[in-house]
Design a protein around this ligand. Structure first.
Ligand SMILES: *Cc1c(COP(=O)(O)O)cnc(C)c1O
Length: 452
């Protein structure tokens, strides 16, 4: 076998073009073989097909058909967020444009741990993160792999800024990654404040903060994972100020509202947070990963300072080579900023805002259909693009069974949530191409699969 060609360099384009044709054709054929948002038949059927397509993992002699066969199998067995009936999670369909940009990132393979591995990518990241920080009213912004990492970094920065100890205060609606980050960093168990209506109760927060001594980090949420609710940010910020507590905002989902003129006002108070987590692989239509952490006080980032002579020697830095190690906890790091920059520039504020507005409108429409349907109960009007509903009068186990039946047929993907102790179906709408008739079809399927 000749030495396989490389992705970049003079041979790159000629080598990639036929491979990309293979990939695009296999994606298409696999998607058509699937025929819906999810493969039918559940885990056993999918595993059997993947086992067949894979064959021996590391054969003695290579298989020239492996790219086509495995991409086909992956597409056939995918949960495809581009299907309007794939609405289970904050699992968004990436824009073709952003995915094409990501291909360039893979080809050039810059690594953002030192300037000599990523000269242009590091300059691009510096410029784009500065602009994104400004957009969020912050001083600086780091690129992360998602809000799990952003939340972890936020706790770490809080711990270091406050002299090595911090108590996390969250509400019952907070994302599980916050408690896990506290555990990972060896912090005391978080104090959990009630969220009676699904959002952090400022009076209960006030009471909790009154009872605590020592450094505190309050973590609020803009866009809860279960219901898309937004905590009352100005009230929370005022309570934090009064008690001298630091504030982190997990805006993994809701942060995308910043792009929309119509919905931006719901994030009023966001700029009071010391740190904010944002996920552009949710309301930002990026391929995974595209996480951000904005930081209000750039001095907080000094906690990440790190020296490694081969990456950021003092004399190199003095001679003007940017020191990148302190921009992340990772060493080798992908230029995820490229797809983000391409998306921001190509769509502009108006284009991105319109995507946000469309998914919010779809959620309003779905809620309207549910409210008007005697067979369904609506949990509440949507705040962002999540709609919770259940077949009227159904016990919890029937609600759970509808969801699994739909997953089994592969015809619709819905999530589940227990905002009030009862089990609800969750439609997380992130597809700007979804149309009202898709929403009606979704409800018909749920109705048809509800055990009677
Ligand atoms: C998605 C989400 C997270 C986790 O983010 P990842 O990108 O999956 O790491 C954290 N908090 C909230 C509110 C989320 O919606």
């Amino acid at each position: 076998m000749p030495t396989p060609p490389l992705a970049s360099g003079p041979e790159g384009r000629g080598a990639l073009r036929p491979l990309l044709d293979t990939v695009l054709d296999a994606l298409d054929a696999g998607g058509r073989a699937r025929g819906g948002p999810l493969p039918a038949g559940g885990p056993a059927a999918v595993t059997a097909r993947i086992r067949d397509a894979l064959g021996e993992v590391l054969p003695q002699e290579g298989d020239p058909d492996a790219l086509r066969a495995l991409v086909h199998a992956l597409a056939e067995g995918a949960a495809d967020p581009a299907d309007p009936l794939c609405a289970g999670h904050l699992h968004g369909p990436p824009l073709a444009l952003a995915t094409a940009a990501d291909l360039a990132a893979g080809v050039l393979n810059p690594s953002l741990d030192s300037w000599d591995q990523a000269p242009a990518a590091s300059a691009l990241e510096a410029l784009v993160t500065r602009a994104l920080a400004e957009e969020a009213g912050a001083a600086d912004c780091l690129v992360t792999t998602g809000a799990t990492e952003s939340n972890q970094l936020a706790l770490l920065l809080a711990r270091e800024a406050q002299g090595g100890g911090v108590r996390l205060v969250t509400a019952a609606n907070a994302h599980h990654s916050l408690g896990r980050a506290a555990w990972l960093l060896g912090l005391p168990a978080p104090v959990t404040v009630p969220a009676p209506a699904g959002t952090l109760d400022p009076a209960a927060l006030d009471e909790a903060l009154t009872g605590l001594s020592g450094p505190v980090l309050v973590a609020a949420t803009a866009g809860t994972t279960d219901a898309g609710l937004i905590d009352p940010l100005p009230e929370i910020a005022a309570r934090c100020r009064a008690h001298g507590a630091r504030l982190h905002l997990d805006a993994a989902y809701g942060g995308g509202l910043l792009f929309s003129e119509r919905h931006r006002h719901r994030l009023t108070g966001l700029d009071a947070a010391d740190t904010v987590s944002l996920d552009l692989h949710k309301l930002g239509w990026q391929p995974i990963p595209a996480g951000l952490l904005t930081v209000r006080n750039a001095r907080d980032l000094a906690a990440l300072d790190q020296r490694a002579d081969y990456l950021n020697a003092g004399d190199d830095t003095e001679a003007g080579l940017p020191d990148l190690l302190g921009r992340s906890l990772h060493t080798t790091r992908r230029p995820d900023i490229l797809k983000i920059a391409v998306t921001l520039r190509s769509l502009g504020r108006r284009g991105l805002g319109s995507l946000v507005d469309q998914v919010c409108e779809r959620a309003e429409e779905l809620a309207g259909l549910i409210a008007a349907h005697p067979g369904f109960e609506l949990y509440a009007r949507p705040t962002i693009s999540t709609v919770l509903f259940r077949p009227a009068g159904a016990p919890d186990d029937a609600v759970a069974a509808v969801r699994r039946a739909l997953l089994g047929t592969g015809r619709a993907v819905l999530g589940r949530a227990r905002p009030d102790g009862r089990l609800w179906l969750k439609a997380t709408l992130l597809n700007p191409h979804a149309r009202p008739h898709d929403l009606a079809a979704l409800l018909n399927l749920v109705e048809g699969h509800t055990p009677r």
